[in-house]
Design a protein around this ligand. Structure first.
Ligand SMILES: [Mg+2]
Length: 74
């Protein structure tokens, strides 16, 4: 299972990544929204641990941007 941690606090980011890796997950880290966008364009993630306040954007906006649109049947 591949996870992405998006958190601008370096210590908190490192701590999350360390513990999630120790628990057996494959973990990538991003400190900014733009880093997270680049990583998500390169590969799919099973779960994203996402901060709200990022230096270059908002976690809620990022979440809305990367989610696939809901398909409404005709
Ligand atoms: Mg933060």
């Amino acid at each position: 299972m591949r996870l992405l941690v998006v958190e601008d606090d370096r210590l908190f980011n490192n701590t999350l990544c360390y513990n999630l890796s120790a628990a057996g997950y494959t973990v990538d880290a991003a400190m900014t929204k733009s880093e997270a966008v680049n990583l998500c364009e390169a590969q799919d993630y099973d779960l994203i641990v996402l901060d709200v306040n990022l230096p270059d954007g908002n976690g809620f906006d990022f979440c809305a941007e990367i989610k696939e649109p809901v398909q409404i049947p005709p």
